[in-house]
Design a protein around this ligand. Structure first.
Ligand SMILES: NC(=O)c1ccc[n+]([C@@H]2O[C@H](COP(=O)([O-])OP(=O)(O)OC[C@H]3O[C@@H](n4cnc5c(N)ncnc54)[C@H](O)[C@@H]3O)[C@@H](O)[C@H]2O)c1
Length: 319
């Protein structure tokens, strides 16, 4: 098939493209950046650029809409709305006009939101009340997907868990793992968010050398959440593309187990040798787990990458 992958240069999109190419599909990538993989047709453009969307969808028989702007910086909210809501809407319109066989949409657990769960584990019936602008754009985009789905588009909504490329775990400069597990990256992130009270607390632990960070909430509870490998998410996207049973469904996708951040840091320390600081934040702990039962039942794919396996893989690739 001719398959349009949006965000094909990204962490998850690049793995999806590898799987598609390996089985002989032809891939078009719509992204602000080139995919870098041989054999891919790149359409460099923005999701909210109707001309770029028209070019990208011209020959598409299926659309895997995996690209998005992810930001938690307040000033990015308008840009995020254009990319994630207007962009998804344009892609849906084009997909319907081209009568594509399938539209898979990458949504997020931030639509619930995961950090303020009403109950655990979070399943697909959990109320959707996003607390971030990013989560809001994903929920609005989901509504657009459902609208086109009602008028005949075979569409699937996948709510991805927090997802990393394994190599990021050992990289203090990486977008997600940096601020999550490394003190100085967290300070820089909180400075960018303008959370100066948190910055002040964190700075009191900073002696100028790199350190791991174990985060606790105000009540002393250690942070705990699922962290998935991009390869497991990519396998789920392909399964959703191939499965007729997935049409019209909304499914959580990712690992089943949540990892405690003290255990995560202990695993990282085996390879980094860095000391760790244990910090109590003036907010409730991030502490959730998500049910993947529906995706396992419908798609038949189980996550293969535990946090421990991801860290070991990152270390093996680094050596
Ligand atoms: N990684 C996660 O933890 C996570 C969790 C839940 C949901 N998701 C969703 O999964 C999808 C893939 O995530 P990822 O981790 O691979 O992200 P990523 O940031 O690695 O990749 C996103 C890609 O989208 C492209 N992009 C951004 N804005 C664009 C625009 N306006 N026009 C064209 N291209 C644009 C970027 O250049 C990038 O290559 C996204 O939709 C994201 O919202 C990710």
């Amino acid at each position: 098939m001719n398959i349009l992958v949006t965000g094909g240069a990204g962490r998850i999109g690049s793995h999806v493209i590898s799987l598609l190419l390996a089985r002989g599909d032809r891939v078009i990538n719509l992204d602000l950046r080139e995919s870098g993989q041989a054999g891919v047709t790149n359409i460099i453009g923005a999701f909210d650029d109707a001309a770029a969307v028209a070019r990208a969808t011209e020959k598409a028989e299926a659309v895997l809409h995996l690209g998005a702007l992810m930001s938690w910086v307040a000033a990015d909210a308008p840009k995020m709305f254009a990319a994630n809501v207007t962009g998804t809407s344009l892609l849906l319109q084009a997909a319907q006009a081209r009568k594509v066989k399938k539209f898979v949409f990458a949504s997020s657990g931030e639509v619930y939101p995961e950090t303020k769960p009403a109950y655990l584990p979070i399943d697909e019936s959990h109320p959707t009340q996003p607390t971030s602008a990013y989560g809001m754009t994903k929920l609005l985009a989901e509504e657009a997907v459902k609208f086109y789905s009602r008028s005949g588009l075979a569409a699937v909504i996948l709510r991805f868990s927090h997802t990393q490329d394994a190599a990021e775990l050992l990289d203090p400069e990486s977008f997600f793992s940096g601020p999550r597990f490394y003190l100085r990256a967290r300070i820089r992130q909180q400075e960018a968010f303008g959370n100066m009270k948190v910055v002040e607390t964190l700075r009191s632990y900073d002696d100028g050398t790199e350190k791991h960070l174990v985060s606790r909430g105000q009540d002393g509870v250690v942070f705990r959440m699922p962290i998935s490998d991009a390869r497991d998410i990519a396998a789920g996207v392909i399964a959703a593309l191939d499965s007729d049973r997935a049409d019209g469904q909304v499914m959580n996708l990712g690992v089943d187990e949540a990892i405690r951040f003290d255990e995560a840091v202990a695993l990282l320390q085996k390879h980094t040798g860095l000391p760790a600081v244990d910090v109590r934040f003036p907010v409730p702990a991030v502490n959730y787990a998500t049910s993947r039962a529906r995706a396992i039942e419908i798609l038949g794919v189980r996550p293969q990458w535990t946090f421990q396996r991801m860290v070991e893989d990152a270390a093996a690739r680094r050596n």
